[in-house]
Design a protein around this ligand. Structure first.
Ligand code: G3H
Ligand code: ZN
Length: 281
């Protein structure tokens, strides 16, 4: 069933639980998330980044259509989100491609320009019935808030949300994008402080580098949307590499793509279960 991101996020926010959002690149990624959501009985957000759209020759529709079709054909609750969108033309395709939410990313701009651009994106998104996520930039620096070492200041975060009108805020609390080891240490106390200051749901990016126990602790402190991408790609590539090493004469892609899909389904199901399973005492 195709759900609205706002509903899945509001449900998680209200109950103090987390909603996982998985970045997809290929059809097999989409199928893996849909199958894992069905198998575990947990909702999930499928997200397509601007970089993934670029990989598909700038066309968002192939992956978006695959996602909405997968959602409609399976007994699973899925929503579609566009992620890290910097290009205004792509932002403006959000509603027509079937997505119900978008992360508008102007975090590379100086703060005041980020605020102005994000306010306009939120205004446009709300006029089109969309849920809009955004993030502050690295204060005083040139990188995004997810540059390693950067931390979100709770008061800056509250001001950013008040001035832009966004529905969710990505915050920098110790994770960074594209980690291939699960060794990131989150600042749980900072999450709790931001939670107290910021009225909208908080989003953790770069969650592939965070151990499951720390993700659960982050949710317990007030994190709501958990973005996971690299973890799927590690599973995909490891499975393909193993199969090609075993069968150097293999030319049909179906066996190794099926193996990659199985590995991603397993990884996604583990995340979905881990986010809602309490730690043993
Ligand atoms: O927006 C996407 C996420 O932040 C994914 O980050 O690939 O490091 O898990 P990750
Ligand atoms: Zn991200």
């Amino acid at each position: 069933m195709l759900c609205r991101s706002a509903d899945l996020i509001a449900e998680a926010h209200a109950s103090g639980s987390g909603i996982a959002a998985f970045n997809v690149i290929t059809l097999e990624h989409v199928q893996a998330v849909a199958d894992a959501a069905r198998r575990t009985g947990r909702p999930a957000i499928v997200q397509i980044s601007q970089n993934a759209v670029r990989h598909h020759s700038g066309d968002v529709m192939p992956l978006a259509a695959a996602t909405t079709a997968a959602a409609r054909s399976r007994d699973a609750r899925l929503a579609l989100h566009l992620d890290h969108i910097e290009d205004i033309a792509l932002l403006h395709r959000t509603a027509e491609c079937g997505a119900s939410s978008v992360m508008f990313d102007a975090s590379r701009l100086p703060d005041e320009e980020n605020i102005a651009a994000t306010r306009e994106a939120a205004r446009w998104g709300h006029a089109h019935g969309l849920f809009v996520e955004a993030e502050l930039g690295e204060i005083g620096g040139k990188g995004s808030a997810h540059t390693p070492g950067v931390r979100t200041d709770p008061e800056d975060a509250a001001r950013f949300v008040a001035e832009t009108g966004v529905d969710a805020l990505a915050v920098a609390v110790g994770s960074s994008h594209a980690m291939v080891t699960r060794t990131a240490a989150l600042d749980l106390e900072l999450i709790a402080r931001i939670r107290r200051e910021v009225p909208v749901p908080l989003v953790l990016h770069g969650s592939s580098g965070v151990p499951h126990t720390a993700l659960r602790a982050a949710v317990a402190q007030g994190m709501t949307k958990i973005n996971i991408g690299t973890l799927l790609n590690i599973a995909f590539t490891r499975a393909v590499r193993a199969m090609l090493a075993e069968g150097p004469d293999l030319v049909d892609p179906r066996p190794y793509l099926a193996s990659a899909r199985d590995a991603m389904t397993h990884a996604v199901a583990e995340c979905l279960t881990a986010l809602t399973t309490p730690d043993s005492p």
